[in-house]
Design a protein around this ligand. Structure first.
Ligand code: UD1
Length: 378
């Protein structure tokens, strides 16, 4: 079986890590995999640093699509992936999350009738103006294997007409698929496998030794600073909205140390506008995943519009304030670890619960076993 995985943006490199570990563990003559990097993210701090520090496989193909309008970027990914699929003829294409790389790579496979496996299927913000929401919905509906991270994702797909397998419960690790009809885009398989980012965080945190050195690098002490990240188009492309967010952060972190690794998109608006943070906010270049996890784990609280960081905060037990009007990760809010910024009153954390809605950290193992065992194709 030939597997092709496609990544391109920062969070996808992290999501690929546990899958790579699992694929390496089970690699055999019967199963091989190749990696495409679309080049959606290309700066060292946005891309290569992840490959270097996480030990990710060098991509077999690098598409160099770079930045551009959404249609152009997605189109380039589609046409360049198509050429590679035609040459390599993979049996399945694995895509991750909700970026333009996800949709471009999935569409190219779908047009060639190659089964698509979507990792992180079923998430919805219910705002179809969001590029990520468009990417998610479209990718789910051309996928054959829909790997959901949670029950909420399962329920979203059920509402959209998908049949749900095993009642949406976490799939048993030793699942077998005897006498099953072929799984394809007309007969997709929707399964709750747990969240692959939980696999990633478990594996990386195990190997982090020297948290103090990392904190020294950012001039902070444990539990004495806030962490901020902002990168979403809806927050960075509208100056009024950006000013509102900065004002919110200034008010709630006044007099306290703040570390703020700045995404290139956000750097542009910081530079071109007269919006200012208070003097204890330290703006840095984008940072690698290990440093980010150490900062997150030791912060008093995180203010973010990232989807991944909302969950990572939940896993390392750091309260999170989400700088958006909605979130796909509703469980983190329900369980008291996360709050939308408009609902934030200055403190939260009173009703924090220890429930684990995102699986057991073995999502990649499930996915690889399922890909190996299901009858995939027409
Ligand atoms: C993309 C994803 C978003 C994801 C995020 C993770 C889409 C629609 N959005 O958003 O879902 O949460 O990645 O970080 O796919 N830029 C650089 N250097 C780089 C990459 C980007 O300078 O290496 C700048 C460019 O000016 C570019 C802008 O950042 O135009 C935005 O990059 P893009 O990849 O289009 O979207 P992200 O905001 O990163």
């Amino acid at each position: 079986m030939k597997i092709m995985a496609v990544v391109g943006a920062r969070p996808q490199f992290i999501k690929f890590l546990p899958l790579q570990e699992q694929l390496l563990r089970t690699a055999s003559q019967k199963m091989s995999y190749k990696l495409i990097h679309t080049g959606q993210h290309y700066d060292y701090e946005m891309s290569k640093i992840f490959f270097d520090e996480l030990g990710l496989k060098e991509p077999d193909y690098f598409l160099e699509v770079g930045s551009g309008p959404h249609g152009e970027q997605t189109g380039k990914i589609l046409t360049r992936c198509e050429k590679i699929y035609l040459k390599e003829r993979p049996d399945v294409v694995i895509v991750f999350g909700d970026t333009n790389s996800t949709l471009g790579a999935a569409l190219a496979a779908s047009k060639l009738n190659i089964p698509v496996a979507h990792v992180e299927a079923g998430l919805r913000s219910f705002d179809k103006y969001m590029p990520e929401e468009q990417n998610r919905i479209l990718t789910d509906h051309i996928s054959s294997l829909l790997f959901c991270p949670s029950q909420t994702a399962i329920q979203n797909l059920k509402r959209e007409g998908f049949s749900i397998h095993l009642g949406g419960e976490l799939v048993p690790l030793n699942i077998h698929f005897e006498n099953m009809m072929p799984v394809n885009v007309n007969n997709p398989l929707v399964l709750n496998v747990g969240d692959i980012m939980y696999d990633a965080i478990v594996s990386i945190l195990k190997n982090i030794r020297d948290e103090e050195t990392v904190l020294e690098k950012y001039h902070v002490l444990p539990n004495s600073f806030y962490l901020v990240t902002i990168h979403r188009a809806e927050n960075t492309d509208d100056i009024k909205r950006f000013a509102e967010i900065v004002d919110f952060i200034n008010t709630h972190t006044e007099g306290e140390n703040v570390v703020f690794p700045v995404h290139p998109r956000t750097a542009k608006i910081v530079k071109s506008s007269d919006v200012r943070f208070h003097h204890k906010v330290r703006l840095t270049e984008p940072i690698g995943y290990k440093d980010l996890l150490v900062l997150l784990k030791n912060a008093k609280m995180v203010f973010t519009d990232s989807g991944g960081i909302q969950k990572e905060a939940f896993w390392v037990k750091t309260p999170c304030v989400t700088l958006r009007d909605e979130t796909e990760w509703v469980e983190t809010v329900e369980l008291g670890w996360n709050v939308l910024f408009r609902d934030f009153s200055g403190s939260h954390g009173e009703k924090m619960s220890d429930r684990h809605p995102y699986g057991d950290g073995r999502a990649a193992e499930r996915m690889v076993e399922i890909i190996k065992r299901v009858p995939l194709g027409q």
